[in-house]
Design a protein around this ligand. Structure first.
Ligand SMILES: NC(=O)C1=CN([C@@H]2O[C@H](COP(=O)(O)OP(=O)(O)OC[C@H]3O[C@@H](n4cnc5c(N)ncnc54)[C@H](OP(=O)(O)O)[C@@H]3O)[C@@H](O)[C@H]2O)C=CC1
Ligand SMILES: O=C1O[C@H](COP(=O)(O)O)[C@@H](O)[C@H](O)[C@H]1O
Length: 508
């Protein structure tokens, strides 16, 4: 990997401490950092290099997944770290920064390869990009890259304005928009799973698939992010970015070994083919909800509107479910049901592909003991791929029961999303970053829903914390003859949950 200077805005913040330093440390341990590497942390706090390094050390002890929080390794790692006080609006601070960057480049023999990572609020993206350009920090003889966190805009118009302004200082090829779902190993493996398994490739199309369900449920509530979340809600926080990215990654059809341009083109084609929702029709296909008080794993939790920092009359959405249709050759007629919510019964991120029942299709009598074949891709809390088939039950002759063939990774130290993404950004590989075209098209698709929410055109359904969301979300599928898989409601999935046999296979 090429020698790199990593310039981190927001180095004193929460994301840096919880995700960025542990990810960099893991890359260091795995020898995936450039040999010549300099990191310069920035913030308004008056920290010395030593205070900064001590804070980074502490964050590794608190958040690194590596059990070996090995003191000598950590010391070696933080040697590359320096700190500079910088107020985003103060031009003179960028001159001081430029001087430090150049000093370190000379000291470590680093060509001018500069990665600017903006781990700060989105209101700072444009001023920082402008100051990078006007200070000379962006005039490098090597490469420059801008890594930005979400949210990328608040709606279609603000996203376009932001993009336009950023493009004055960085070209599209230099902008790396983080969507951490794209960094999850299972998401990165989806395309290979399909492209290298002709069996799956042959089946993943509308001829064989009844529906696709994408779930990203969380047990956490608004946490300490009331100020941010109450202006954003589940639609902007999760749906517009992570869930639409999951949909694109599920639906793209690519030959094995495709390059980044083909991948981006195909993703774009998927989202372009999404049937648009008209504002007046939002109520037909979209359910929004807000959590009430309830209990999760035995602990009582307050209602959203009783959370610290949330207005008692807030109408913000903490849950959203949607039915979407992709109008293309492969997916026409296959509903995609997508949901995400806070304070749900359990943490689960998964994609379920439900196959059509060929017996029912042939018009024979439906055998109610037969469960559909399912392909289940679990991303959280564990990573696994399961195929549900039907087999004879040897103990009860003549009876058929579902059998799950489960593949899970035996590696418990899989890289985390941020590790993958930071490594890719330093390597100049933007495959798993969101291209502007995808971001713009996602906002375009979501815009009528945002407007319907703002104009209160659809109900805001309450749901108890610790449930699976408002009851109406079941009806969204029931009217098409389906139900959500793997919600542990006894009346729904009891057969599958209780009677199935699982054969587990660990991969190397
Ligand atoms: N935290 C998380 O889990 C996630 C965060 N994000 C995104 O990451 C970004 C950062 O979030 P997070 O770390 O949580 O935020 P924090 O509020 O914890 O940190 C903000 C950082 O910005 C710096 N900062 C704020 N104002 C200025 C200023 N005027 N000049 C210089 N530095 C400034 C702060 O430094 P100082 O106080 O020293 O000035 C601090 O380091 C946001 O865009 C957020 O949406 C995305 C996904 C998850
Ligand atoms: O980006 C975000 O994602 C997290 C959920 O991420 P996960 O990897 O734990 O599924 C969510 O809690 C947060 O609100 C959102 O901003």
């Amino acid at each position: 990997m090429e020698p790199t200077t990593f310039i981190l805005f927001g180095a004193t913040g929460d994301l840096a401490k919880r995700k960025i330093y542990p990810a960099l440390y893991n890359l260091f341990i795995d020898q995936k950092l450039p040999e010549s590497f300099s990191l310069i942390g920035l913030g308004r706090r008056e920290w010395s290099d030593e205070t900064f390094q001590a804070n980074v050390e502490q964050s590794l002890r608190d958040f690194s997944r590596r059990e070996s929080a090995d003191t000598s390794k950590i010391k070696q790692f933080v040697e590359a770290f320096r700190y500079s006080v910088l107020d985003i609006g103060r031009k003179e601070d960028y001159q001081k920064l430029l001087q430090l960057v150049e000093e370190r480049e000379q000291e470590l023999n680093i060509p001018q390869n500069r990665l600017f990572y903006l781990s700060v609020g989105p209101e700072f993206f444009v001023p920082i990009a402008d100051n990078i350009q006007s200070s000379g920090l962006g005039s490098t003889q090597g490469w420059k890259r801008l890594v930005i966190e979400k949210p990328f805009g608040h709606d279609l118009q603000s996203a376009r304005e932001l993009n336009e302004k950023l493009s004055k200082a960085f070209t599209e090829d230099e902008v790396y928009r983080i969507d951490h779902y794209l960094g999850k190993p299972m998401v990165q493996g989806l395309e290979t799973l399909r492209a290298t398994n002709p069996v799956l490739q042959a089946l993943l199309k509308n001829r064989y698939i009844a529906n696709v369900q994408i779930t990203a449920n969380e047990t956490v509530g608004v946490e300490e992010r009331a100020g941010y979340y109450d202006h954003v809600g589940a639609l902007r926080d999760m749906f517009q970015n992570h869930l639409l990215q999951l949909l694109m990654m599920t639906a793209i059809q690519l030959p094995h070994g495709s390059n980044i341009d083909q991948m981006r083109l195909k993703k774009k084609q998927v989202i372009e083919a999404l049937e648009p929702v008209r504002k007046q029709d939002v109520g037909l296909n979209i359910i929004r909800g807000q959590y009430q008080a309830g209990s999760i794993k035995g602990a009582q939790v307050p209602a959203y509107t009783s959370e610290p920092g949330i207005a008692a009359d807030s109408t913000n959405d903490t849950f959203i479910a949607a039915k979407l249709q992709i109008d293309d050759y492969f997916w026409k007629g296959v509903p995609f049901y997508i949901r995400t919510g806070k304070r749900m019964m359990e943490k689960s991120t998964r994609i379920v592909v439900e196959f059509k029942d060929p017996i029912a299709q042939l018009g024979s009598v439906k055998d109610s003991s037969l469960q559909p074949n399912l392909l289940v891709i679990e991303m959280s809390p564990n990573e696994s791929i399961t195929l549900q088939l039907n087999m004879n039950d040897p103990h009860h002759k003549g009876e058929i029961k579902p059998v799950n063939i489960e593949l899970h990774s035996s590696q418990n130290d899989l890289p985390e999303a941020y590790e993958n993404l930071i490594h890719d950004a330093m390597n100049g590989d933007a495959t798993y970053f969101a291209h502007w075209d995808e971001v713009e098209l996602s906002w375009e698709w979501v815009q009528p829903i945002l407007e319907a929410f703002e104009e209160n055109l659809i109900p805001l359904y309450p749901y108890a914390a610790g449930s699976y969301g408002p009851a109406e979300v079941d009806a969204l599928l029931a009217k098409d003859g389906y139900h959500w898989w793997f919600d542990s409601k006894p009346e729904q999935n009891s057969e599958t949950q209780n009677n199935s046999t699982t054969y587990s296979m660990a991969t190397l």
